[in-house]
Design a protein around this ligand. Structure first.
Ligand code: FAD
Length: 272
């Protein structure tokens, strides 16, 4: 076991850029997830991508569902200025990969018809336009821990795949992914130290409970990251606080909230 001083997340901010991109191609990853690759003249080759910035995300501005028009908000000194009288659907999506040579941005969408972003992904076809803003910042997770315990539902699966690819190779990596059932599991890269656990909603599995069971008492050597439905994440947030985990050693997020459109919860500086 290495004796490291607990390290925290470092945050870097960028000026926000807004662009209209188009769908280059789509690929179904499972019955309820679709990979959508975006490109176009407005996509710069310098989109930031940092190792261990696994949860970096952009904001999608979904086209008007009736007219198909994309209205980009203005970016002022204090961030995004929403135009008056226009209800814009602006939603966070994780940067799964960015290829600066092909200038292609890859996002993985949960397919559902409850909200505009999910519906857009259900219908997306090559040539379709969408607004993309940011990323506004990078949160780089610390590399010095002996063990990483990370978990998510489908909305955090793009970040989970980046954890598997990017977490330090000499660390143990325990990964928990909540999906509907075994037909939704998919292959990931294999790597040293990886223990991958698929949890099935249809069998009553609970993401927060599985993560709590996997956590030690805070030993200063374990980093915890999790994302999923906001209410479902709460017991885990309470657990790490009650167990006195060092604030620098965890990051637990509600990525969406059942019954709430455009859910946004507290993000640290540099993240939004
Ligand atoms: C930092 C961050 C990164 C994210 N990265 C991704 C990503 O890479 N891929 C991804 O798919 N999502 C991702 N999400 C989650 C995504 O932003 C939300 O699911 C968002 O609410 C989808 O917008 P919508 O317009 O489809 O639905 P909304 O209009 O926001 O919500 C309408 C209704 O849909 C329901 N709903 C929302 N999301 C889901 C869902 N996933 N499954 C079932 N019902 C839902 C809500 O409960 C609500 O009742 C991320 C969120 C955050 C904060």
């Amino acid at each position: 076991m290495t004796n490291v001083e607990p390290a925290g997340i470092t945050r870097q901010r960028y000026p926000v850029r807004a662009r209209v991109l188009t769908v280059v191609r789509t690929e179904d990853l499972s019955p309820d997830m679709r990979r959508i690759v975006l490109g176009g003249d407005q996509l710069e080759d310098t989109l930031p991508r940092t190792r261990m910035g696994v949860a970096d995300h952009i904001k999608l501005v979904v086209p008007d569902e009736t007219t198909g028009e994309v209205t980009l908000p203005e970016v002022g000194e204090r961030g995004i200025v929403r135009p008056e009288g226009v209800e814009l659907a602006i939603r966070d999506y994780t940067i799964r990969t960015f290829d600066p040579i092909a200038r292609e941005l890859t996002l993985d969408f949960v397919l559902h018809d409850h909200g505009p972003a999910g519906r857009w992904a259900l219908r997306a076809a090559p040539g379709d336009a969408i607004g993309v803003m940011g990323p506004r910042g990078t949160s780089t997770y610390p590399s010095g821990y002996d063990r990483y315990v990370v978990g998510a539902d489908e909305t955090g699966l793009p970040a989970i795949e980046r954890w598997i690819e990017e977490a330090p190779y000499d660390a143990a990596l325990d990964v928990f992914v909540l999906v509907e059932d075994a037909t939704r599991e998919r292959a990931t890269v294999d790597r040293a130290g990886l223990r991958l656990h698929w949890l099935h909603r249809s069998a009553g599995s609970d993401l927060a409970a599985a993560l709590i069971a996997a956590l030690p008492e805070d030993d200063g050597h374990t980093f915890v990251w999790a994302a999923g439905e906001a209410t479902g994440m709460r017991p885990l947030q309470t657990h790490v606080r009650e167990k006195g985990f060092d604030r620098r050693s965890f990051d637990i997020r509600g990525y969406w909230k059942l019954g709430e459109a455009g859910h946004e919860e507290g993000h640290g500086p540099g993240e939004r």
